[in-house]
Write a protein that binds this ligand. Structure first.
Ligand code: SF4
Length: 452
């Protein structure tokens, strides 16, 4: 009887894709996906350490697993990802039921680690292997063939003072261009029409031993037959060179959307965050982008309540948001992470005031997004069908090239298909439409989505 596995994933697309590869490794060893966590022989928790809350979720789940582990001591419980890398043996000290702890750069060693567990009680591997990106196991991707992730580089050489990624993912290492193009061709041949290139600092991609960078990868991938859409994330403003922007403008497959974290509108805070750019430099980069790629949709990340943030600094962030008018934003209250420089900085702003700032920022951004989405009404957009809509059972959900979510009625449509949709209504976080050709009668603001 084959052994069963279950993978629980938190965090970014990089973690989700790592879980796809871990599933591929386990299936390569003869495991099969379990119908439920409780029925599995191997449970892997692929964790995120970006904020304290994310880490707490892991230990809460481990506490719930304790009775199950007591009943089934042969079940293997593994913790991987960024919390595993950050805490190492500390994970087992805090949760003794855990058998296996390994960091993101040790994921390709999973077969050895499982074999070692036969001999040893408790295995921990937080080595930052530089060769972690060699073409490993085939990823078990979502079967619906809408889009596929491709990791182009791992790690980050930056030193942002609030961030754990350099510690949890190690130094930057990029995959060879021909290795990447082979994967792109394989995915296109398998029917994936949208590919997203992943890296913590993706626009710092550099093919080992050559001068080839992300722009070269975009141009080469854009020439592969069957590739309709290319996206890449996460970019750093300092590495958004003009050749990448030109490739975005000239390669038809590259989508007109970019995620470009700003983090703050205050140059003083950007310096304290060690982001390497100031407000003016960021605005100049946005200006260049919008000149070269007119109509490009921009999303960003913002931290409020960073140590030392004054009312004036916060006003700087609000004014930058008003000036850039992002189409989407992910915003959070600063979370001090162990081992980071920012965790040692004096922080006198009460959490209550930080939360008020977050609410104020999100209210402003909601207005901007409503306005930006309302401008889409009446347009006919190409939408990649992704999944059944979370809103209305009879509807599908998909994305435009500008990364806007559209809910629409399309009987008989299937994930991975492209359909033309006329936008008929707009909310702050998504649009609604009808298949082009069907006239919509009203364009009214959509009722607010209930959280999933
Ligand atoms: S560039 Fe991004 S991943 Fe790298 S240290 Fe800064 S915030 Fe972290």
């Amino acid at each position: 009887m084959s052994r069963l596995y279950w993978i629980e994933t938190w965090g970014c697309q990089m973690n989700e894709h790592d879980s796809e590869k871990l599933a591929g490794t386990l299936e390569g060893l003869g495991y099969e996906p379990a119908p439920s966590l409780g029925a599995s022989d191997v449970v892997l928790l692929n964790t995120c350490a970006i904020r304290e809350k994310a880490e707490d979720k892991v230990y809460n789940l481990l506490a719930q697993l304790a009775p199950l582990k007591a009943r089934r001591p042969g079940m293997v419980i593994g913790v991987c990802g960024c919390v595993a890398q950050m805490s190492g043996e500390g994970v087992r000290e805090r949760a003794p039921l855990v058998d296996l702890v390994f960091g993101p750069r040790a994921a390709s060693r999973l077969p050895e680690l499982l074999a070692r567990l036969q001999e040893e009680k408790g295995v921990v591997d937080t080595t930052l292997y530089q060769d972690s990106l060699v073409a490993g196991a085939k990823a078990v991707r979502e079967s619906q063939r809408a889009k596929a992730w491709v990791t182009v580089m791992e790690g980050c050489n930056k030193t942002c003072t609030y961030c754990v990624v350099p510690a949890t993912r190690g130094r930057e290492s990029s995959r060879p261009l021909d290795d990447l193009l082979a994967e792109v061709q394989e995915l296109a041949a398998a029917g994936y029409r949208e590919l997203e290139f992943l890296g913590q600092n993706v626009n710092a991609y550099r093919c080992p031993g050559t001068k080839a960078g992300l722009a070269d990868l975009l141009r080469a991938a854009g020439r592969v037959g069957g590739v309709r859409r290319l996206r890449f994330t996460t970019s750093h403003p300092l590495h958004l060179r003009s050749d990448i922007i030109r490739a975005m403008a000239e390669v038809p497959a590259v989508c007109d959307h970019l995620h470009l974290p700003v983090q703050s509108g205050s140059s003083k805070l950007l310096q304290s965050m060690r982001r390497g750019y100031d407000r003016e430099k960021y605005l100049a980069k946005v200006g260049e982008l919008r000149r070269e790629v007119p109509g490009i949709a921009l999303s960003t990340d913002v931290i409020v309540g960073f140590p030392g943030e004054t009312e004036e600094d916060f006003q700087q962030t609000l004014s930058l948001v008003r000036e850039v008018r992002f189409d989407q934003m992910f915003s959070f209250v600063f979370s001090a992470r162990p081992g980071t420089v920012a965790a040692l900085l004096a922080d006198r702003t009460p959490l209550e005031r930080k939360t008020e700032r977050l609410i104020e920022l999100q209210a402003l951004q909601r207005e901007i997004q409503l306005e930006s989405n309302a401008r889409q009404i009446g347009r006919v957009e190409e939408v990649l069908v992704e999944s059944p809509s979370r809103r209305t059972a009879a509807e599908w959900a998909g994305r435009t090239t500008s990364n806007r979510v559209v809910n629409f009625h399309a009987p008989g449509a299937r994930p991975g298909e492209f359909v033309m949709v006329r936008i008929t209504a707009a909310g702050a976080n998504s649009l609604r439409g009808v298949l082009a050709g069907e006239d919509a009668v009203e364009a009214r603001p959509m009722p607010e989505a209930r959280p999933a």
